[in-house]
Write a protein that binds this ligand. Sequence first.
Ligand SMILES: [Zn+2]
Length: 97
Amino acid sequence: MITEKIQNMIIELAQECEKEDIGLSICAIDRKGNEESIGIAQVGTEGDVEASISYQIKEWEKMLEDCDCSHCSEKLALLNEVKNSEDTEVEEEEACQ
Ligand SMILES: [Zn+2]
């Protein structure tokens, strides 16, 4: 459960980052129970938030790479597929200019 304490900590962290001019993107998730609940905060410039999400994806990728189970291998393969298709799209966009 995303408790009030966790919610307040997320808000406090977001406010502190904003005060110090630091970009932040954070999401706490609880998928137990009947309804999924999340605590989320994003502060800073659009570029900061984007970079933060990008680092999170890289961390997640490392997590998938470090695990030997078939579930993580499948996810990693999917992730690489998406990456490769994005690369193709970028090339197409560049070709149009
Ligand atoms: Zn795994």
